[in-house]
Design a protein around this ligand. Structure first.
Ligand code: URA
Length: 188
């Protein structure tokens, strides 16, 4: 199975009659974007209106901020796979429910199993909950948690909060340092 196979399966799931409202009402399912060689997998919460219309993750205002954070972390877009814990836009942009996230969980697990990234970067408390149910984003943002988790605040939270944006930029620099620490020392 390849990332494209998983993406095809996700796209074909729309209006499949599964009974979950977002899968039935979304315009496009949003599988994620990036290659299987990604060092880092960034995991948001759920697609918004722009993502629903395009079928691509993080293309709206939060996406612009995310691009800036990835640049600050020294990551090109192709060194990153970007996805969400939930692959369909919940109506009215409500939060996805726990049973809905569980419904899509096997796809995220399959994507992570294929990519085997060095670091997983959950954005915000909803994505963090998926990987570390007991952790608080306010306590662990910008730090390495366990073997390969590096949580950041969700960029949407920083859109209208300049102080949080500064925090996010500092955390992105800490991510850059964590990735450098993983690099084998150069010889010669
Ligand atoms: N916010 C998210 O969590 N995911 C997206 O894809 C876009 C906005």
């Amino acid at each position: 199975m390849t990332l494209d196979d998983i993406a095809q399966e996700i796209r074909a799931h729309r209006a499949s009659g599964c009974g979950f409202e977002p899968c039935e009402t979304c315009t496009n399912m949003v599988p994620g974007a990036g290659g299987s060689g990604a060092r880092v997998v960034v995991v948001g919460e759920a697609p918004g209106a722009r993502e629903d219309a395009s079928g691509l993750p993080f293309v709206g205002a939060s996406g612009k901020l995310l691009d800036g954070l990835l640049a600050e972390a020294g990551l090109e877009r192709d060194a990153v796979f970007i996805t969400n814990v939930f692959k369909a836009r919940p109506p009215g942009n409500r939060d996805p429910r726990a049973d809905e996230i569980a419904h899509h969980r096997p796809w995220l697990q399959a994507q992570l199993a294929l990519i085997e990234p060095e670091l997983i970067v959950p954005l915000g408390r909803h994505a963090l909950k998926h990987f570390a149910p007991g952790a608080q984003i306010a306590e662990v943002h910008g730090t390495r948690v366990g073997e390969r988790l590096f949580p950041l605040y969700h960029p949407a939270a920083a859109l209208h909060n300049p102080r949080l944006r500064e925090t996010l930029l500092g955390d992105a620099r800490a991510l850059r340092a964590a990735l450098r620490a993983d690099d084998p020392p150069s010889t010669g």
